[in-house]
Write a protein that binds this ligand. Structure first.
Ligand SMILES: NC(=O)C1=CN([C@@H]2O[C@H](COP(=O)(O)OP(=O)(O)OC[C@H]3O[C@@H](n4cnc5c(N)ncnc54)[C@H](O)[C@@H]3O)[C@@H](O)[C@H]2O)C=CC1
Ligand SMILES: O=C([O-])CC(=O)C(=O)O
Length: 254
């Protein structure tokens, strides 16, 4: 399988280094970034090509992995899907806009392509997918990050946001894509709280879900990526595992 990457930052670097070292059947050779130097750096690690035109990436791969920004999803998703290429989307917040999401899904259907949103930086997507066979009644996400992650200068804990995921992704486009991933899995605009906390140096996400199945709570304390404190390493790991799934025969978990 040939994969092309849009956005050559923290997540893309972890993915490329891992896949290069562990997977013979996945090649990642085409890279695009609005910062050409970033694309060239990653291309040199992978012995690949930094493309200037996005079409040169789309035309030469089977699957496009977006790890750039919500606005990049608005810019490129329809171009990718219109050419029948499947897509892994990390900047899931872009899909909270219902009209855009419907257009993306319809385009993918028309061209027989798939859209994957990995579990990213949170725990519990497996349980939610199973729980969604019954009714999911309530889902809440509480995210706690350091002032450095959230770009705030505070010396005590502060609630920055309480409301719906659709609003959260607009206010924190680079910090709370997980709220969108949860909303898609639950098929509802979930409740979100964002807390800046000078006492933490990890990205902490708590998920509480109730439904016909009962109730579960998950909590993770994620180490951030060295090159981007907003982003948890687990988010990159989840995309790596999804890529590996394409090659696996025995698949565990929903
Ligand atoms: N789904 C999830 O659980 C998570 C999603 N994310 C999201 O994944 C994305 C990537 O994260 P990182 O690798 O940490 O970011 P990063 O900031 O380290 O790298 C992003 C790269 O994309 C490039 N870029 C941004 N917009 C672009 C555009 N319109 N066209 C071309 N290139 C563009 C930037 O120049 C940069 O090199 C972000 O949107 C982030 O918010 C991050 C963590 C968890
Ligand atoms: O990596 C994280 O902890 C979560 C994150 O930035 C996002 O969902 O955008």
């Amino acid at each position: 399988m040939k994969v092309g990457i849009i956005g050559c930052g923290a997540i893309a670097n972890l993915i490329v280094n891992n896949i290069l070292a562990t997977e013979k059947n996945i090649t990642i050779e085409h890279f695009y970034d609005r910062d050409m130097e970033k694309a060239e750096n990653l291309a040199s690690i992978a012995n690949g090509i930094a493309v200037i035109n996005i079409e040169d990436l789309i035309d030469n791969v089977d699957l496009v992995l977006e790890a750039a920004s919500p606005s990049s999803v608005n810019e490129y998703a329809l171009k990718v899907l219109n050419k029948g290429k499947s897509m892994i989307i990390m900047s899931v917040g872009a899909l909270m806009d219902e009209n855009f999401r419907n257009e993306v899904v319809e385009t993918a259907k028309k061209h027989n392509a798939k859209i994957y949103t990995p579990s990213g930086a949170i725990l519990g997507l497996d349980g939610i997918k199973a729980a969604s066979i019954g009714e999911i009644k309530e889902a809440k996400l509480t995210t706690r990050k350091s002032p450095r992650s959230l770009g705030k200068d505070v010396n005590k804990e502060e609630i920055l946001f309480e409301g719906k995921a659709s609003e959260a992704v607009k206010k924190f486009p680079f910090n709370i894509n997980v709220a969108a991933t949860l909303s898609l899995a639950c098929d509802m605009d979930i409740d979100v709280k964002v807390i800046v906390d000078p006492k933490v140096d990890r990205n902490v996400h708590e998920v509480v879900v109730t439904g016909d199945f009962g109730k579960f709570t998950t909590r993770c304390e994620n180490l951030p990526c060295a090159s981007n404190p907003k982003t948890s390493m687990l988010a990159a790991f989840s995309a790596i595992k999804l890529l590996k799934h394409f090659n696996e025969t025995l698949l565990s978990g929903t």
